[in-house]
Write a protein that binds this ligand. Structure first.
Ligand SMILES: CC(C)(COP(=O)(O)OP(=O)(O)OC[C@H]1O[C@@H](n2cnc3c(N)ncnc32)[C@H](O)[C@@H]1OP(=O)(O)O)[C@@H](O)C(=O)NCCC(=O)NCCS
Length: 185
């Protein structure tokens, strides 16, 4: 099987050399099927966990190859993606939408495959994402997280994110207590 083209980010290799099999990588538009599969799998696994969950399964299934490719085109896309891979299998991702005017980014879709949780994959994904955002001149990262997502909240706090406010978030047919969190980069 042909391996997808991707490159390990140098900064990540420097930060966490002990986890040699799990690599933090970037994908190109050619690898659009990997992104599609991860989005569908993560939504199946955790239907309301993500800020972009409203896109929903239907939207993802209807999205054309051209649209998926465009998302991974760093030259034109306003969304930054980072992926985790182990022996050719993709086990995690995170993405953030950039608001160039405000020089802010909204983290939308952090996901690690359940069998690979607790191995710092989420942390490495986020660290790499934050470095990429800084590199693009972004001054602040924002996100929203449900009160029930304890591992995610712990992870964000360990990276310096602070709770800014609480609100009620309607996801599916339920209201959830949620936190807005921010990190100045
Ligand atoms: C949140 C998520 C991405 C974390 O991924 P992960 O790879 O397991 O996280 P890491 O191993 O990098 O954990 C880093 C830190 O997060 C916290 N953490 C992770 N898993 C935890 C758990 N099960 N319980 C408590 N804290 C946890 C810890 O602070 C940990 O650092 P520490 O062990 O040094 O204290 C993963 O649980 C997931 O995909 N959840 C479902 C989707 C989701 O909730 N996404 C967030 C949307 S806002």
């Amino acid at each position: 099987m042909e391996m997808p083209r991707f490159s390990e980010t140098r900064s990540d290799a420097e930060m966490t050399p002990r986890l040699s099999n799990i690599r933090i990588v970037q994908l190109t538009p050619e690898d659009w099927e990997i992104l599609r599969k991860l989005k569908l799998t993560s939504l199946q696994q955790d239907p309301i966990a993500f800020l972009d969950y409203q896109d929903g399964m239907d939207t993802y299934l209807k999205r054309t190859e051209y649209e998926w490719r465009k998302k991974l085109d760093e030259q034109t896309s306003s969304t930054v993606y980072v992926f985790a891979e182990e022996n050719g299998e993709f086990i995690g991702m995170v993405n953030a939408r950039i608001d160039e005017k405000k020089q802010e980014a909204l983290i939308q879709h952090l996901y690690v495959d359940p069998d690979h949780r607790g191995q710092m994959v989420g942390k490495r994904l986020l660290e790499t994402l934050l470095q990429k955002l800084k590199g693009r001149g972004i001054g602040k990262a924002k996100l929203a997280v449900l009160e029930t997502q304890k591992p995610a909240i712990r992870l964000y706090e360990s990276l310096g994110f602070e709770k800014m406010s609480e609100f009620l978030d309607l996801r599916g047919d339920r209201l959830y207590k949620s936190f807005r969190m921010e990190l100045v980069l």
